[in-house]
Design a protein around this ligand. Structure first.
Ligand code: NFE
Length: 507
């Protein structure tokens, strides 16, 4: 049977994405991930004042603005050669972590598990319960998640003035200096959130959940009590296994983490042994981890609507953003560039962080079964378990440590720097070059660009293009399998992704 190309627009996904998939005998044989909107923040920044990225880059996105602020501030820390004092690190870490946590409890019920109410599952024994929980904007869990994720964001508003799009980080630290009752209020909020997350998400205490160290432990934990089975995580595991989400969405199996959350010099919070950050950096092929080297990052524009670079992929310090739309007749098909690490595509996000941090559960799951839509989403739902205690520890430390929150920085005329962090969706990088006190060039690679990458100059697919290849599609008019795979990467604003089959062509 000849193959057919199906073109699915994915609305409101970090600007708008379109996925073209080629299906032969009900199996995906090729895919094209296409960012359909040019934004041009990098060109807006060129020529502006040194600090303007602190105000402009948080506007890139409404769900990860604190992360862009942090990456911009870290790039400027490097340009200005200034160190951040412990309290500055704590406030930066607390606020950025809260952004992760809100995302990790908001995305699963609102954006991922709403697909469990797809008519494709209407005969599933778990369907009625899925509808009760996740029916968009009506399900009990969907409504709870909106309420609780909104509440926890108050911590960023208290410490940073507002959320989203705040600009309270500066080179050398933060400008906000919380007073006693601010910290009391933040600790009250994190404590209330912890109780809700334990009761409704996990069905057990954080400590019990963090004991799970392997696939068999996970199965034993699930069988242990109704509370475990009926929490959001337990229900997600049961539905996913029954529906085969652990068998789809494998991809390349390459993982990237820039690492994040610098540990203060004095702190009770612990990263993994020997690392100076709460989340370590690294690159992994399956579970084989190698040290991270930012010089190995490059971006190809061979299949992207930008003027071709001579000599292929370029490091962001040499990168340029020169739009060059050729239509869809050539090999260019996306406004997203194609980032590569050591020439290879890499997925990034909570699963990549967990593998690179050698988390025993996720190392075991990936070692046994490889990545999947299931394991990617499980890593997201589990991530707050380790972060909530760190937030509370740093809040307590801020209230005891009366020292300063920033070090004075000097304005510089020339220099360059990069800010590489972990945003909610994974590795986020800002690269800035300064000449005559102004921004000469600013290059940004958000996590969704890594995951949504089009093909590179060698024709190698990006992570989610690769993840959908090989998938059997039961009904090309309702490709729920593709929804699960793409949403397991948590593309920005995926809550309102609608896949509509625009066009079918015989090839
Ligand atoms: Ni618009 Fe973001 C995160 C960043 S993009 S959500 O997380 O940076 O992938």
């Amino acid at each position: 049977m000849p193959s057919k190309i199906h073109v699915y627009p994915l609305n409101r996904v970090e600007g708008d994405l379109k996925l073209g998939i080629e299906i032969k005998d009900n199996t995906v044989i090729d895919a094209r991930s296409s960012g359909t909107m040019y934004r041009g923040f990098e060109n807006i920044l060129a020529g502006r004042g040194l600090l303007d990225g602190l105000v402009i880059t948080p506007r890139i996105c409404g769900i990860c603005s604190t992360s862009h602020l942090k990456a911009a501030a870290r790039a400027l820390d490097m340009v200005c050669g200034v160190r951040v004092p412990d309290n500055g690190k704590r406030i930066r870490n607390i606020t950025a972590m809260i952004e992760h946590i809100q995302n990790d409890v908001r995305q699963p019920p609102l954006l991922f598990m709403c697909d469990f109410v797809n008519p494709a599952y209407k005969n599933s024994p778990l369907y009625a319960e899925a509808v009760r929980r996740y029916l968009p904007l009506k399900g009990a869990s969907a409504l709870e998640s909106i309420r609780e994720s909104k509440k926890i964001l108050e911590i960023i508003a208290i410490l940073g003035g507002q959320w989203p799009h705040s600009s309270f980080m500066i080179p050398g630290g933060v400008v906000s200096v919380p007073v006693g009752h601010d910290i009391i209020q933040c600790r009250h909020l994190i404590e209330g959130f912890r109780k809700w997350y334990e009761k409704r998400f996990l069905g057990c205490g954080l400590e019990r959940f963090l004991e799970i160290g392997s696939e068999s432990d996970l199965e034993a934990w699930l069988d242990e009590s109704d509370a475990h089975r009926n929490g959001e995580v337990g229900f997600f595991i049961r539905f996913s296994k029954l529906s085969g989400l652990d068998k789809i969405g494998k991809g390349h199996g390459n993982f990237l983490s820039y690492g994040g959350f610098d540990l203060p010099e004095t702190t009770e919070a612990k990263g993994i042994a020997g690392d100076t950050r709460f989340v370590p950096s690294g690159f992994a092929e399956n579970i084989g981890i190698s040290p991270f080297d930012q010089e190995k990052i490059s971006e190809s524009v061979s299949c992207s609507w930008y003027r071709d670079n001579e000599g292929g992929g370029r490091h962001p310090f040499q990168g340029a953003t020169e739009p060059y739309a050729t239509g869809s007749e050539g090999q260019k098909y996306s406004w997203a560039k194609a980032p590569r690490y050591d020439g290879k595509p890499a997925e990034t996000g909570p699963l990549a962080e967990a593998v690179i941090a050698k988390n025993p559960l996720f190392t075991d799951l990936v070692k046994r079964n490889g990545p999947s839509a299931f394991v990617r989403e499980l890593a997201r739902m589990a991530r707050p378990a380790a972060m909530i205690p760190a937030v509370d520890t740093w809040l307590a430390e801020v209230s005891r440590d009366k020292r300063h929150f920033f070090n004075q920085y000097n304005q510089v005329d020339e220099g360059s720097g990069f800010g590489l962090i972990e945003a909610p969706r994974g590795a986020l990088g800002h690269w800035i070059t300064v000449r005559e006190s102004a921004i000469r060039s600013y290059q940004i690679i958000p996590p969704s660009t890594w995951n949504a990458s089009p093909k590179d100059g060698n024709g190698v697919r990006g992570p989610w293009e690769e993840a959908v290849v090989g998938t059997e599609i039961a009904d090309p008019d309702n490709p729920v399998e593709i929804h699960h795979i793409i949403r397991s990467f948590d593309p920005c604003l995926v809550c309102t992704v609608h896949l509509a089959d625009l066009k079918k062509e015989q090839v």
